[in-house]
Design a protein around this ligand. Structure first.
Ligand code: HEM
Length: 498
């Protein structure tokens, strides 16, 4: 017995050393995760997102840091809220973070993520994105639609002029961007007139966009996935996907029937370009690829373009000094002309600065599109596991006083006049279109539409608010959704400029 006690006593230091080494190795090997707000069982941090996730996440980041790890249900989600964190993800480790998480609704609406926006990072995405960048949205192609933009912006101006006392600019911008994208993508307008197809198509696009912004509980708490069957969400998704598919298949067939685009004197549209790509590609291109890519043009291109124009115009109306400066510039360039054209726009630096400033304060997609690392990595010293969803709070970054100064919240286009900061993803303090490999390929397209539309608007009209309301009281409340619009439509009194 004595011998046993002595043996234990002599081994004790060794046992303690082994226990210490084991604990130390475990601790030093355990990953160093970014700070996390406290989470609840099952839902994690979902309850903290609120109606405006970009705002709630910004508040949380002020307490927990510019890189946080949250949990949406069981899914870890990394939130980046500074330009340094964004640079690490979208610049220094861009290829590693270029995957998109699979989101069930988007997946079903885009033919199993066969579009550009939701396709997983890899060869398929590279192919479709390069068609998009080189064939559909290149400078040259965007230039080729100059007439469409000039005509549709004129139609918009005439419509506003026809009911100047209570003009709904939000609706006018939405119709104009829809009509431009329809003509450019499908070859004609589907705006609700005539054959009834327009009404159907407009409704399908609205429903698609709404569903893409709908939260699917099964993506984050898999065992609750059945809820989507009970609440009818799955059925709605299937129905909209079917309607879109049938509509676009008809459009494709009509294009095939008329032969190669341009042969009958009509302009070449995106469906023509994609059908040509299908004919000439060495690898087989299915019809669903064409339909998915065209769908992106509507999902990604119409609402966001109209929303950007809506916020910029609202900010201008709210800031009499800024709109006066803009009107002076535009009216000087357009002196003696009936209408502004795209050559004139090139001589309007304040106009371009105002559009940037609108996008800075009101990024239409404030949290960009989510990304996912393809393997475990480190970000700013923290461990981030493969499969973590990554959200970049562009809204917070675009108005961070550390980059933009104490007046970061103010609408002041002048800040861009002598600045080299651009919006094409080179400057990570200003990322309304994202950055890196997955950055938005539609920037040139959007700017061409919005610059011309805004120039024509302020050339032609002076603006006031209905009922004599003061412009400084203009309601700037946001609506909830992935693409953040103004909650109330922008209603104005548009007086013809004297
Ligand atoms: C003001 C207008 C627009 C805004 C604010 C906007 C914003 C964005 C953002 C934030 C992303 C995600 C970027 C990222 O993950 O880093 C994106 C992606 C995309 N956008 Fe835009 N966009 C606009 C207009 C357009 C237009 C007009 C088109 C096409 C006609 C378009 C097509 C796309 C596509 C295809 C993607 C997916 C890119 C990829 O995943 O590889 N966008 N856009």
């Amino acid at each position: 017995m004595v011998a046993f006690t002595e043996l234990t006593a002599s081994l004790l230091p060794l046992i303690l050393l082994a226990a210490f080494l084991y604990t130390w190795r475990r601790l030093s090997a355990s990953p160093r995760r970014p700070p996390s707000p406290r989470k609840l069982p099952i839902i994690g941090n979902l309850h903290q997102l609120g109606e405006f996730p970009h705002r709630s996440l910004h508040s949380l980041s002020q307490r927990h840091g510019h890189l946080m790890l949250l949990h949406f249900g069981s899914v870890p989600v990394l939130i980046a809220s500074s330009s340094a964190a964004a640079a690490e993800i979208m610049k220094h480790q861009d290829s590693l973070f270029s995957n998109r998480p699979k989101l069930s609704i988007a997946d079903r609406l885009t033919y199993g993520s066969s579009d550009v926006g939701f396709a997983p990072y890899g060869d398929y995405w590279r192919r479709v994105r390069s068609v998009c960048v080189l064939q559909l949205l290149s400078n040259k192609r965007v230039q080729s639609y100059r007439r469409v933009r000039e005509e549709e912006t004129s139609v918009m101006i005439d419509k506003i002029a026809s009911s100047p006392q209570n003009a709904n600019l939000s609706a006018a911008f939405q119709t104009m961007t829809n009509d431009v994208v329809c003509r450019v993508a499908l070859g004609r307008k589907y705006g609700g007139g005539g054959d009834g197809e327009g009404i159907v198509f407009g409704e399908i696009v609205e429903a698609l966009i709404e569903l893409l912004g709908t939260f699917s509980v099964g993506d984050y708490v898999p065992w609750l996935g059945w809820i989507n069957r009970i609440n009818g969400l799955n059925a709605r998704v299937a129905n909209v996907a079917k309607m879109y598919d049938e509509f676009l298949q008809r459009v494709i067939q009509q294009h095939r029937d008329k032969g190669e685009g341009g042969d009958d004197g009509s302009a070449v549209d995106f469906v023509d370009v994609l059908l040509q790509f299908q004919r000439e590609s060495e690898e087989k291109v299915e019809d669903y690829t064409i339909k998915a890519v065209i769908e992106d043009m509507f999902n990604a291109g119409t609402h966001s373009t109209a929303t950007a124009l809506e916020w910029t115009t609202a900010e201008l109306i709210k800031n009499p000094r800024a709109i006066k400066t803009l009107q002076t510039e535009v009216r000087e360039v357009g002196k003696g002309k009936e209408e502004i054209d795209e050559d004139d726009v090139e001589r309007m630096p304040y106009l371009k600065a105002a559009i940037k400033e609108g996008l800075r304060l009101h990024a239409p997609t404030p949290l960009l599109l989510p990304r996912e690392p393809i393997r475990d990595t480190k970000v700013l010293g923290y461990d981030v596991a493969r499969g973590t969803q990554v959200m970049i709070n562009a809204w917070a970054i675009n108005k961070d006083p550390a980059s933009w100064g104490d007046d970061a919240e103010e609408f002041r286009p002048e800040r861009f006049l002598d600045s080299s900061v651009d919006l094409r993803g080179q400057h990570l303090q200003f990322i309304p279109f994202g950055a890196g490999r997955r950055g938005c390929p539609g920037i040139t397209f959007t700017l061409a539409v919005n610059e011309l539309a805004l120039a024509k608007l302020v050339h032609r009209f002076d603006f006031g608010l209905p009922g004599g309301a003061r412009v400084e009281d203009l309601d700037m409340t946001e609506a909830s959704g992935v693409s953040v619009r103004k909650k109330s439509p922008l209603l104005v009194v548009a007086t013809p400029a004297s």
